[in-house]
Design a protein. Sequence first.
Length: 343
Amino acid sequence: MLNDIEKYCVQDGVTILEGIGSLDHSDAGFSVVVDTDGRVKGVLTDGDIRRALLAGYQLNSPLMPHVHTEFFSVNQEATRVEVLDLMQARKIRHIPVIGDAGELMGIHLLSSIIGANDLPNWAVIMAGGKGTRLRPLTENLPKPMIKVAGRPILERLILHLVGYGVKRIFLSVNYMSHVIEDYFKDGTDFGCSIEYLREEEPLGTGGSLSLLPEIPDEPVFVMNGDLVMQVNLERLLQFHNEGGYSATMGVKPYYHEVPFGCVETSRGKITSIREKPSINQMINAGVYMISPEMLKSIPRTFFPITEFFGETIEAGGACGAFVIDEDWTDVGRMDDLNKAQGK
């Protein structure tokens, strides 16, 4: 978020000519119009100036009638990922940050978000499954392309990665791969480079990693393509590196209440009764980090990533469990998809 906000501000009582000067000074084709108390009154773009001049207004005409008074903004709590998501959804390149009293607190520019905090780490998203549990929705559409809140799940994952500075992303594709490739192409429109790992036959979440063109220098983010989540990838990477793990699995607490009384027996006798007990377990959240040296051992056959973790542990390797506290939903089942879609 930009802090030198005065460079991007113009007073609400100025002329069109002064508005042009503000846009020229900002070097962003964008200015925020504020009153004398610093409260935001609207936003101004190059296009607004052009339309005003083409309509016959003079350079000394008041600027305010040509300013957008309805615009998108965020508060100071919005994360880079959330801001990027909004920018991509609305096709905008700048968003003001507004305080509780309507005052300008900062400005997000698309160029700053995409260019900031670049990570050398690659990411692989598993997007090749058939999604049989979501039929008939997946009969003519890959599961990761199902929309949640107006956007494909896979697009949300890609923007989440880009928001954390991941710029080289591989999509492992198989089922109806052309739909995914036609939509994302080379990733330019999404602020990253996208390459495709094409499975001629299903390889599973582990085997797909054998299709990477080379062994990377840094740990790789790996995730399932049917997740709607807000996982802090920076903390995941830090946890993995500081722990010195061969591989790290994102885990999520799962609570389930058995709706019946549970009876334990021994030789035909009741030994205890528990009424509607709760089961608490850590579940695999489908988000991983794999260290480079471990990728060398992955076979180009069907190989679930859970087997990879099991074999690593059996061989004496250290595998970390990163607890996910943020919002997370696996939409592999219809009930979970309906929940993610707010139904």
